[in-house]
Design a protein around this ligand. Structure first.
Ligand SMILES: Cc1cc2nc3c(=O)[nH]c(=O)nc-3n(C[C@H](O)[C@H](O)[C@H](O)COP(=O)(O)O)c2cc1C
Length: 198
C-alpha cells in the first residue's frame, strides 16, 4: 500500500527582479508547504521563456496553445498542481508584464470550457502574495482582479491573499515579520490541499 503524498504546490515567482520582496514571501510560503508535507514546484516566470499570447484563437479550435516556447512544458506543471500560489509585486497597479504573459497563456483553459464545452476543472486552492511600495494611489485591485480572473479559469479558489504595502527596496520585507509568518501559514495550508470535483 502506498503512503499518501503531500500536495504538489506550483509556486509562481511573478517578479522580474530576483531575490526581491515577493521572492522572499514565496520562499517563506514554500517553507510552509514543506512543513505540511507538500512539495513545492517553483516557476520563475521571468526565466521561463514565456512569450505573449498572440490572440490567434487556435486554442478555441483545439483546446491547446500552438505557440512552442517555455510555456509548452509549464502547462503540464499547471495541470499537475494540487494548489497554486502566485507571488507578485504591483507594477502600475497590476502585475508585471512577465507574469501577465503567463496569465494570458491560460487562454486554452478558458477555451476548453467556454468554447469547446468541456467540463470545468476540479477545484483546488489558490493564493496570491502581493507586495507594493505604496508609491501610487491605485492600490492592488487591478492585480487582484486579474489574478482572480486567471484563477477562475484554472479552477482555483481564491483561498488566501496576503498584501503587503510599504516595501520597495529588496530586503525590506525582512522588516515585516508578521507578513513572513503569514506567508508560511498560507504555504502550510496549501501543502495539505486536496482537489475536489469541479
Ligand atoms: C515598473 C514598476 C512599477 C511599479 N508600480 C507600482 C505601483 O503601481 N504601485 C506600488 O505601490 N508600487 C509599485 N512599484 C513598486 C514595487 O511594487 C515594489 O518595489 C515591490 O516591493 C517590488 O517587489 P519585488 O522586490 O518582489 O520585485 C513599481 C515598481 C516598478 C519597478
Amino acid at each position: 500500500m502506498s503512503t499518501p503524498s503531500g500536495a504538489r504546490v506550483l509556486c509562481v515567482a511573478g517578479s522580474p527582479r530576483r531575490h526581491g520582496n515577493s521572492d522572499t514571501l514565496l520562499e517563506r510560503c514554500m517553507e510552509g508547504v514543506r512543513r505540511a508535507g507538500g512539495e513545492p514546484d517553483v516557476l520563475v516566470v521571468a526565466d521561463a521563456g514565456i512569450s505573449a499570447c498572440r490572440g490567434c484563437n487556435a486554442c478555441s479550435r483545439t483546446g491547446a496553445c500552438v505557440v512552442r516556447d517555455g510555456m509548452t512544458t509549464v502547462y503540464g506543471r499547471v495541470d499537475a498542481a494540487d494548489a497554486i500560489v502566485v507571488a507578485s509585486p504591483v507594477y502600475f497597479a497590476t502585475v508585471p508584464a512577465v507574469l501577465k504573459a503567463f496569465y494570458d497563456r491560460m487562454q486554452p483553459y478558458w477555451a476548453r470550457v467556454h468554447v469547446l464545452g468541456e467540463a470545468p476543472p476540479g477545484r483546488r486552492p489558490g493564493a496570491l502574495l502581493v507586495v507594493r511600495s505604496g508609491g501610487d494611489p491605485f492600490g492592488i485591485r487591478a492585480a487582484v482582479d486579474t489574478t482572480r480572473s486567471v484563477f477562475a479559469v484554472l479552477g482555483l479558489d481564491y483561498a488566501h491573499e496576503l498584501a503587503v504595502e510599504g516595501v520597495d527596496a529588496p530586503g525590506e520585507i525582512e522588516g515585516r515579520p508578521e507578513a513572513l509568518t503569514r506567508a508560511a501559514a498560507i504555504g502550510a495550508a496549501l501543502g495539505s490541499a486536496t482537489r475536489r470535483a469541479g
